[in-house]
Design a protein around this ligand. Structure first.
Ligand SMILES: [Zn+2]
Length: 670
C-alpha cells in the first residue's frame, strides 16, 4: 500500500501548484493575467488529477484545497484583536472641511496635512489574520468587537493568499479590507441565476454578504468574490510610519489593494481627487459609494485617537446619490428561456446620471412584495454605474387614491399556460416547453456549444426558421429538409447542406451534452454528467425513479424532482419520441472501463484515514465505479471506516459486502 511517488510526479505537482498560485496572483492581485482561462483550467485539472492519483502528495496549502469537502454547522464568534471601527460620514465639501478643521489642534506642522484618499468600496468588511505568513482566520466585522469566523469561505476567494509572499513577513498581522464583487461579474451572475430560476441579488453588497455566510463553502467558491486590503488591525514583527507604507507592504505580501488609492498633500488636493473619483464612478469595475480620507501619518493618527466608536483621524466622504423620484406607470412581465417570468417597472421617463430612464428592474416576486408598490405610485429609483436602474421604494404618503394594485399574472403572457412558483424559489415560471416566448432562447441554447454544438444555428437562424414555420421545437430540427432550407432568404444549397451536416453530427452527441440541451432546470453541466454516467442511456435517465436519483452523490431533492417532472411531461415525451424518429441517439456515457470497480456502486461511510472523502470518491470514479450517498439494495460495496453508523448497519441488513479502507485501497491497486 505504501508506494513511493516518482520524483518527476512530485516535481510536477510542486511546479503546478506554483504555476497556479502565480497565475492567481497575476490575475487577481496584479490584474495582469499571463495565462488564458483554458491554459489555467488545463493546469488546474492536471493538478487535481495528479493529487487524486497520489494522495501521498496531499498539502492543505495546495490551490486545489481552497474548498473544503464539508459543510459547516455554523459560524464561531471571533473577537477582533482591536475594534473594527466604523467611520463618520460627511456628504459635502463644507462638512469635509469642518472635519479637517476639527483635527487642526493635533497638527505639529503644515507638512502633516497629508492624506490617504481611497475609494470606499461597497462590500463587506473582512479581517484576515496571518501568523508567520500563513492565513489562520478570516472574520466579518460583526458589531466591531466580535465578528464571525468565516475562514473556510474566505479561503475560497482567490485574491486572498493562503500564504503571504516574500521572505520578510511579520510574525503576526491583522489585515483589514473589503470583500466585493465587480459590477460585470455581478450582472453576469444575476443573469445566469435569473435564467435558472434561482434567486437574484439586489446589489453586489448583498451578494457578497450572503455568500460569506454560506455554510457550504462550495457556494462562495463558485462565486466571483474578490478582496481589497486597506487597513492594519495590528502587527507584531514589523512597524510602519504611515498608511502609504502599509499599503505598500500589503502589495509586497501579495495582497490586492485598491488601485485608485492615492496619497495627496493638502485639503484642496483631497477635494480634487474626490471630484475625479465622482467622475470616474461609472468606469471603475466595482461599486464605489464615496471616498475614505485618512490622515496618512500613523503618529498623528495616534495623537488624534478615537471617539467612542469611530476614529477622529478618518472620515467617509460620500458620493452624491444617483437617485430620482418618478412615477410607476405600469409593470410588465417577460418570459425568459427557462420560462422564468420577471416583472419590470415601466416609469415616467426621468433624467438620471446622464441618461433617460424609462424602465427599472423589480427582480422577482419577493422584491415586489418587499416594495409594496402600487401602479401610479411615486417611486424613488437609483442608478449605479451602468446598472439597470432599480426601484428603491415607494412613497405611499404621496398616494392620491387612484393607484391600483399590481396584478401578478397567473397565466403566461406568451402562451397562457398556468404559471407556478417552485417551492422555496422566488421565480414565477411558465412550465410549457412549447411556450413561444421560450422557444427561441431554448433552441439557441439547445444548439449552443455547451449542449449539442450545432454551428450555424444561432439566435438569428432560429428566429428565421421559427418565423418561416419550418420548426416549432427542437425535435423539428431533425426532420428538416434540404430543399426547404435552401429556399430560405440568404440561404442556399451550401448553407443548407452545412446545417444538415451539423445536425447529423449532433444526433449522436454524448448523452450529458444532450441533457444539458434539453434545458431541464437544475440540470447544468455537472448534473448532466452525473445523470449520464449513472444511467448510461437516455432511456436509463427516463426510467430513473426518485429513489434512484437521490441515491446519487451530489443529487438533491430539487434536481431529482425537476428531472422527474420534465420526463413526466407528456409533450416532452412526445418531443423525445419525434427526436428519436429523426435519428437522435445520444451516445451512452460510459464510466472508464477496465477499472477495479467497473460498473459497481460504492458507498463510503465512517472516517477514512489514508484518503480524504473526495480523494476516495475520485478513486472510485477513476476505477469505473460510482460513489453513492446512501445504502440500498443497489449498492454493491460499502467501504466503512471507524465510526460508521447507520449505513453500515443497513449494509449488514441487506447483506452487502463491507470492506475497510485498507482493503479498498488494495482493490484499487494502491
Ligand atoms: Zn409560456
Amino acid at each position: 500500500m505504501t508506494r513511493s511517488v516518482p520524483d518527476e510526479t512530485r516535481t510536477r505537482v510542486l511546479e503546478l501548484r506554483d504555476l497556479i498560485r502565480e497565475a492567481d496572483y497575476r490575475y487577481y492581485v496584479l490584474d495582469d493575467p499571463t495565462l488564458t482561462d483554458t491554459q489555467y483550467d488545463e493546469l488546474y485539472r492536471e493538478l487535481v488529477a495528479l493529487e487524486g492519483e497520489w494522495p501521498e502528495l496531499h498539502d492543505p496549502e495546495s490551490p486545489t484545497q481552497r474548498v473544503p469537502g464539508v459543510v459547516a454547522e455554523g459560524f464561531e464568534p471571533f473577537e477582533h484583536p482591536s475594534p473594527m471601527v466604523s467611520l463618520d460620514n460627511v456628504t459635502d465639501e463644507e462638512q469635509f472641511r469642518d472635519w479637517v478643521g476639527s483635527g487642526d489642534r493635533y497638527l505639529r506642522s503644515e507638512d502633516e496635512r497629508r492624506y490617504s484618499v481611497e475609494p470606499k468600496i461597497d462590500g463587506i468588511g473582512l479581517e484576515l489574520i496571518y501568523e508567520e505568513g500563513v492565513l489562520v482566520t478570516a472574520s466579518t466585522r460583526g458589531d466591531g468587537l466580535v465578528g464571525e469566523n468565516v475562514t473556510a469561505n474566505a479561503r475560497t476567494i482567490r485574491s486572498i493568499p493562503q500564504r503571504l509572499r516574500g521572505d520578510d513577513v511579520p510574525a503576526w498581522i491583522a489585515i483589514r479590507g473589503e470583500c466585493y464583487c465587480r459590477k460585470e461579474d455581478f450582472f453576469a451572475f444575476n443573469r445566469a441565476a435569473e435564467e435558472a430560476g434561482e434567486r437574484t441579488f439586489a446589489n453586489p453588497r448583498n451578494f457578497v454578504g450572503g455568500s460569506l455566510r454560506m455554510l457550504d463553502s462550495r457556494i462562495p467558491a463558485s462565486r466571483p468574490i474578490r478582496y481589497f486590503a486597506y487597513a492594519l488591525g495590528g502587527v507584531r514583527g514589523a512597524s510602519f510610519d504611515n498608511q502609504d507604507a502599509i499599503l505598500e507592504a500589503f502589495r509586497s505580501y501579495g495582497l490586492p489593494t485598491i488601485p485608485e488609492a492615492r496619497i495627496v498633500d493638502g485639503v484642496d488636493a483631497v477635494a480634487t481627487r474626490y471630484a475625479e473619483l465622482v467622475e470616474a464612478r461609472d468606469d471603475v469595475p466595482y461599486e464605489m459609494d464615496g471616498v475614505v480620507v485618512k490622515v496618512d501619518d500613523l503618529a498623528l493618527q495616534e495623537r488624534m485617537g478615537m471617539r467612542t466608536r469611530s476614529p477622529v483621524w478618518a472620515v467617509a466622504w460620500k458620493f452624491p446619490a444617483q437617485r430620482a423620484l418618478t412615477r410607476l406607470n405600469d409593470v410588465d412581465w417577460s418570459v425568459g428561456r427557462t420560462g422564468v417570468v420577471t416583472p419590470r417597472a415601466i416609469l415616467e421617463p426621468v433624467f438620471l446620471a446622464g441618461v433617460t430612464v424609462q424602465h427599472a428592474t423589480l427582480h422577482n416576486l419577493d422584491e415586489l412584495e418587499r416594495l409594496q408598490l402600487q401602479i401610479g405610485d411615486e417611486v424613488e429609483i437609483e442608478r449605479a454605474g451602468d446598472v439597470i436602474p432599480k426601484v428603491l421604494r415607494a412613497l405611499p404618503e404621496q398616494r392620491s387614491g387612484d393607484e391600483r394594485d399590481i396584478v401578478v399574472p397567473d397565466r403566461c403572457p406568451a402562451c397562457d399556460t398556468e404559471l407556478h412558483r417552485d417551492e422555496g424559489k422566488v421565480a414565477l415560471r411558465c412550465g410549457n416547453f412549447a411556450c413561444p416566448a421560450q422557444i427561441t432562447g431554448h433552441l439557441a441554447h439547445f444548439a449552443s456549444r455547451g449542449a449539442l454544438d450545432i454551428r450555424g444555428l444561432g439566435e438569428k437562424q432560429v428566429t428565421q426558421l421559427l418565423r418561416e414555420g419550418l420548426i416549432k421545437d427542437a425535435a423539428d430540427l431533425f426532420h428538416l429538409e434540404e430543399d426547404a432550407l435552401a429556399g430560405l432568404e440568404r440561404w442556399g444549397p451550401k448553407s443548407a447542406q452545412n446545417l444538415l451536416a451539423q445536425l447529423d453530427a449532433a444526433r449522436t452527441r454524448p448523452l450529458d451534452r444532450f441533457l444539458v440541451g434539453l434545458g431541464i432546470r437544475e440540470v447544468g453541466e455537472r448534473g448532466a454528467k452525473i445523470l449520464a454516467r449513472a444511467f448510461g442511456t437516455l432511456d436509463g435517465v427516463r426510467a430513473a425513479t426518485k429513489e434512484e436519483l437521490l441515491e446519487l452523490d451530489e443529487v438533491g431533492e430539487a434536481l431529482a424532482d425537476s428531472v422527474l417532472e420534465w420526463f413526466g411531461e407528456e409533450r416532452n415525451e412526445a418531443m423525445l419520441e419525434r427526436m428519436a424518429q429523426g435519428g437522435v441517439a445520444p451516445a451512452a456515457v460510459a464510466a472508464p472501463s477496465g477499472g477495479a470497480f467497473e460498473g459497481l456502486t460504492l458507498v463510503l461511510t465512517g472516517k477514512l484515514e489514508e484518503l480524504s472523502r473526495d480523494e476516495a470518491k475520485r478513486l472510485v470514479e477513476a476505477q469505473g465505479g460510482r460513489a453513492a450517498s446512501s445504502v440500498s439494495k443497489r449498492t454493491d460495496l460499502v467501504v466503512a471506516g471507524p465510526g460508521a453508523g447507520s449505513k453500515l448497519k443497513k449494509a449488514e441488513e441487506l447483506e452487502i459486502e463491507v470492506i475497510d479502507e485498507a482493503e479498498f485501497l488494495r482493490r484499487a491497486g494502491r
